[in-house]
Design a protein around this ligand. Structure first.
Ligand code: ZN
Length: 180
């Protein structure tokens, strides 16, 4: 059995300081377990608060992308229920809560956790197609590739896909080029 560090990091009571440490752990966990979390609910620390910059949130609830959809408004009579939704109500979720007791150093703590997917496939193929995973962080080599006037778009696409091991759409290549 290969040791999976993420399994030890993501437990109830686990502490993170600052928020960026949690983000890093989350990214690794998502890749290791092919889980895509999305923010379901969040309460920010007010900007005036001294903890705002380091911890950002009082509460954050993340759920599997295939989890329950949170309706923003009730559909009106003539609107048909959303049938494009592929969400299946997967119960996977994680709640992070800011711990700021006077005696302890402040931290973000996992207070609720369910990591058992239900009702959907968990695979690399599905995971890589989530839009969240198509965002890549572009480095200098990528910039050279994207800025090249001799490479055609499909060639740029192929190079970036190989470098980042994720599928990249052609329109993403155009979008990235706009940002250079
Ligand atoms: Zn799930």
């Amino acid at each position: 059995m290969a040791g999976n560090l993420s399994d030890e990091i993501f437990v109830i009571g686990a502490k993170f300081y600052p928020y960026s440490a949690f983000q890093e752990a989350l990214e690794k966990y998502q890749k290791d377990t092919l889980t895509q979390f999305v923010k379901a609910q969040a309460e920010k620390i007010p900007p005036k608060d001294s903890l705002h910059e380091r911890f950002q949130y009082v509460n954050v609830r993340l759920q599997c992308k295939q989890g329950k959809r949170y309706k923003k408004a009730e559909p009106t009579k003539d609107q048909r229920p959303c049938q494009r939704s592929f969400k299946v109500g997967c119960p996977v979720q994680l709640t992070l809560h800011l711990n700021r007791r006077p005696k302890d150093a402040p931290c973000l703590k996992i207070t609720q956790l369910n990591l058992k997917h239900a009702g959907h496939e968990v695979s690399r193929q599905v995971f890589q197609l989530y839009p969240e995973q198509r965002r890549i962080s572009v480095d200098e080599v990528d910039l050279t590739v994207l800025g090249s006037t001799t490479l055609k778009t499909p060639e740029q696409q192929k190079i970036l896909e190989e470098r980042h091991s994720v599928p990249i759409m052609q329109h993403s290549i155009y979008n990235l080029q706009q940002k250079i």
